[in-house]
Design a protein around this ligand. Structure first.
Ligand code: CP
Length: 346
């Protein structure tokens, strides 16, 4: 049994096999290969795309998805060990993970950081606890990385750009009034490096670098494939030559939990918003964003409504890649798809 917690646990060949399966599923029609199977979708945070695409994907493959919101319709859960549970949580993850494992064939979890102490949040304790105690595969629906979004981004870029090796990927920080999760940025960085792209991370100051775990992993993935990973704080030079511009906002890690001190720095960099002037610094770069997006704060109307924007395609592809993932994890054998997956791919 394998979990899907981070793409760092999967080789490029394994991810490419999943993407091939997703393409086949997208081309349809396909069998209801998950008839009789079920998944519990645990949402500790809100969602539009993830919830819709997982529920619908499971339905389209003939299976059943059950949405649970701990603390809101389901009991609040304790994650600390060796505690006297005299607070709000009514049950422990040790019971929750094992009970759900008796009912369903997989458990998917969305659990964002608490945004108080990064050294605590970076341990990704909620999903790691489920992975430790569940006896069925656990899928990351966004914690401190967002691997399903990575798959959708990869599929979309391949559809639009063809082979990704050597293409220039710009991951740009963009302004948002609040400090957001680094998950999608961590994931985009890893994915682009894993796919053999030349990657530039553009952010306002060195304080906005991502966690070393992801910077180092991306640097190694790039180096292993003879590619480059560059960190830049200069907007014009970073955009020049890009084939793909991917935007995300995130909070600066050195200010984690002290967000009032980060706010004045963030406010100085409103001009990082992706707009026509910046996109026209590139030859003909495509643009995407994981969504949700605040128009004319993170990205201008012109960019989002231009033919270069592929964020809606990426959102659609969440459905197809997750169906491929569900099929692979829940059947154990990547059979029954038109292209199939290589033996032992998952
Ligand atoms: N991109 C993404 O995960 O969207 P939701 O937060 O709406 O699920």
């Amino acid at each position: 049994m394998r979990h899907f917690l981070s793409t760092l646990d999967y080789s490029r060949a394994e991810l490419e096999a999943l993407l091939a399966a997703a393409r086949a599923l997208k081309a349809g029609p396909h069998a209801q290969s998950l008839a009789g199977k079920s998944i519990a979708l645990l949402f500790f945070n809100p969602s539009l795309r993830t919830r819709t695409s997982f529920e619908l994907g499971m339905h389209q493959l003939g299976g059943k998805a059950i949405v649970l919101e701990p603390g809101k319709g389901a009991w609040p859960i304790e994650f600390d060990d060796n505690v006297v549970m005299d607070g709000e949580p009514e049950e422990h993850v040790r019971e929750v993970a094992r009970v759900l494992s008796r009912y369903v064939d997989a458990i998917a979890v969305r659990a964002f950081p608490k945004f108080q102490r990064w050294e605590v949040d970076r341990e990704d304790r909620v999903i790691q606890s489920f992975a430790r105690h569940a006896t069925v595969p656990v899928i990351n629906m966004e914690t401190i990385t967002h691997p399903c979004q990575e798959l959708a981004l990869a599929l979309t870029m391949q559809e639009k750009l063809g082979r990704l090796d050597g293409k220039k990927f710009l991951l740009t920080w963009t302004y948002h009034p609040r400090p957001l999760n680094t998950a999608v940025a961590n994931s985009a960085l890893i994915l682009a490096a894993k796919m053999g792209m030349d990657v530039t991370l553009l952010c306002p100051t060195p304080e906005y670098r991502l966690d070393d775990r992801y910077m180092d992993a991306a640097a190694k993935l790039s180096a292993d494939q003879g590619r480059t990973l560059t960190v830049s704080h200069d907007i014009a030079s970073a955009y020049r030559g890009a084939d793909m511009v991917y935007a995300k906002s995130w909070g600066a890690l050195p200010y984690f939990g002290r967000w009032d001190q980060e706010q004045p720095i963030r406010e100085q960099h409103r001009h990082f918003m992706v707009d026509r002037e910046k996109l026209e610094l590139t030859p003909d770069a495509l643009f995407s964003h994981c969504l949700p997006v605040r128009r004319n704060v993170k990205v201008s109307d012109w960019v989002l409504d231009s033919p270069r924007a592929i964020h809606i395609d990426e959102a659609e592809n969440r459905l197809h890649v997750q169906k491929a993932l569900l099929h692979a994890l829940l059947t154990g054998l990547p059979t029954g798809l038109p292209t199939g997956l290589p033996t032992g791919a998952l």
